[in-house]
Design a protein around this ligand. Sequence first.
Ligand SMILES: Nc1nc2c(c(=O)[nH]1)N[C@H]1C(S)=C(S)[C@@H](COP(=O)(O)O)O[C@H]1N2
Ligand SMILES: [Mo]
Length: 223
Amino acid sequence: MAKDGERGLIGAIRDKLIARKQDWAREGRLLTGTAGARGLDRLPPGQRVVRDWPVLDLGVQPAIPRERFRLIVDGAVEAPAVLDWDGLMALPQSESLSDIHCVTAWSRYDNRWSGVRAADLLAAVKPRPEARFVLLQSSDGYTTNVPLAAFADDDVMLAHSWDGAALDRRHGGPLRVVIPKLYFWKSAKWVRRITLAAEDRPGFWETRGYHNRGDPWMEERYG
Ligand SMILES: Nc1nc2c(c(=O)[nH]1)N[C@H]1C(S)=C(S)[C@@H](COP(=O)(O)O)O[C@H]1N2
Ligand SMILES: [Mo]
């Protein structure tokens, strides 16, 4: 590229700005690990970062020993499944680092989850062509809904461990869903049933004034 004359100068400035932004984006990616493509806007609007990890639920924290654990995957799938703990552990195991964004305005960075990627579970049960939505049902009676495309994202986990240890019961152990790109109310704790369907079925908070989708970067809190 020519570096002399007016166009050359503007071009040089632009090159420098782009390089600078690329550096920032790269730093952002390093900070966020696998969560990282967002770079500069890691913290969604209206959120503040916390270092502790608040517990939020409906007040019932079911105790589910691994021997009694069952996960039903049904609805619009070719191969419905009932997984016990061994069945869950027989699926490919993965790790993922992601941020939590709660609709009550706290965000918690760099949560290290281990478990089964939703994409690997879906590959096992084979969604039928008409499947477009997922309803998550939990042992405390909680439900929440997500589009299948959001559930199939490669950062979505069925997490049994956090920070290298078994997930605490208060946070949804033995198994919870983690959907980093949506507000945390979509991340069902104590998940016991995952149902694929052609139709959307709003869940507990979605029928009580929360947004149906819940994208933190769009501030889809209520609605
Ligand atoms: N089964 C179940 N899952 C749930 C909830 C719940 O009440 N029951 N609350 C949701 C809400 S509103 C939030 S903010 C997060 C809180 O997860 P935490 O307690 O691990 O921080 O769980 C979500 N998943
Ligand atoms: Mo929440």
